[in-house]
Design a protein around this ligand. Structure first.
Ligand code: UDP
Length: 363
């Protein structure tokens, strides 16, 4: 018998396992994939760490989370500064004075604010009720049309007026010439790649890959006193109230005979004409100097059985369904549900770690 069976070796599961192990608890981590690390896993190809499940940039303002991860691995100085391409024009992200200047020719914060205020007034929105209204309120109609609307509809497969406002509030809006995508105090990518972080979190802990909890549920449930479940909560309950919706992403990856394809780790393609949402050039996360480069085009689609679930669709309908599953979960003291899929939450990595630390501290 183990103290904990941890289903899923993503950040929630392995942070929890690390904490429990360090407190003298025995843990078994299982994962249905052939590797550990969940979506932070990188596949090393020709000397480049390829972010197999999409770009991951660690950022946090929580000093204890930063101290925790920094005690395990070193972080480099990578700062995320994605750019967006719309019909041949290039703009800086997040929305800041560089973006406003490129779009409107404005040079001062006062001019930019006046432009946005004018467009917000024209739209007549006082209380934004959805992503579209929230975006127009924050940055005006022009930026909404060029940099948000079509990109968001590609990524989420839903109209902006049907999506929750909080999704667009993830992005800073700044009246300074600052292209840093995040406002957090600390930011970087582990030197040598994310697998080093996974390995450090799992050090000394038994982890079995290619092991699917649902293939032999009674056996696994009998292995430990308590279970930490990080998979899809609706699957855990046999979809008894119906299925939660998720978005999936797929990547077309190729090696190029150039040392620098796009000059940046992430370039978003915000127009509907381009079928992918963004191109990731992996070497730039680690300032790679290889003579070649690897890029991935990212395509978004609705999740279907057999694909990987990436993003919860936190609209009202799905949130209401999630709450029904959550009710069941609350009545199950032996099981801890955590992470993006089990909590049906659009979590960043630092928040997942924070939540796993809290879940462990609470028991
Ligand atoms: N977004 C956008 N245009 C962009 C980048 C982002 O409209 O060029 C919107 C989009 O709705 C997205 C949200 O902002 O879902 C949050 O973006 P973020 O970069 O945080 O998404 P993630 O990195 O988690 O995929």
């Amino acid at each position: 018998m183990y103290d904990y069976l941890i289903v899923g070796s993503g950040l929630f599961g392995i942070t929890f396992a690390r904490q429990a192990h360090d407190c003298g608890k025995s843990c078994l981590v299982i994962d249905k994939r052939p590797h550990s690390g969940g979506n932070i896993y990188c596949r090393e190809t020709e000397g480049i760490n390829v972010h197999t499940y999409g770009p991951h940039i660690f950022h946090t303002s929580n000093r204890s989370v930063w101290d925790f991860v920094s005690s395990l691995v070193e972080f480099n100085r990578y700062t995320n500064q994605p750019v967006a391409v719309y019909k041949g024009r290039l703009f800086n992200l997040p929305f800041n004075m560089n973006t406003f200047h490129a779009l409107w020719g404005v040079k001062t914060p006062a001019e930019a604010r006046a432009k946005i205020e004018e467009q917000r007034r024209e739209a007549g929105i006082t209380e934004p009720r959805n992503l579209e209204e929230q975006a127009v309120c924050l940055v005006g109609r022009d930026i909404y049309e060029i940099l948000i609307k079509e990109y968001t509809e590609k990524q989420w497969g839903r109209k902006c007026c049907e999506l929750p406002a909080f999704i667009i509030r993830r992005l800073p809006v700044r009246f300074t010439f600052d292209n840093n995508y995040f406002n957090d105090l600390f930011q970087g990518v582990p030197t040598g790649g994310y697998n080093r972080l996974t390995d450090a979190l799992l050090s000394g802990i038994e982890c079995r890959c290619n092991t699917d909890f649902f293939e032999n549920r009674p056996y696994f449930e009998g292995l430990a006193e308590r279970i930490v479940f990080t998979g899809k909560i609706d699957e855990y309950y046999g979809y008894r109230f119906g299925r939660l919706e998720y978005r999936s992403v797929r990547f077309e990856t190729e090696t190029l005979d150039t040392d620098n394809y796009q000059g940046n780790a992430i370039v978003n393609y915000t127009s509907a004409e381009v079928p992918y949402t963004r191109i990731i050039e992996h070497k730039h996360f680690e300032f790679g100097t290889q003579p070649h480069s690897i890029i991935s085009r990212e395509y978004s689609s609705e999740w279907a059985e057999g694909a990987e679930a990436f993003y919860p669709v936190n609209d009202e309908k799905n949130n209401a369904l999630y709450r029904r599953y959550r009710e069941l979960a609350l009545r199950e003291p032996r099981v801890i549900f955590g992470g993006r899929l089990a909590e049906y939450k659009y979590y960043d990595m630092d928040k997942v770690i924070e939540s796993a630390m809290q879940a462990h501290g609470a028991i």
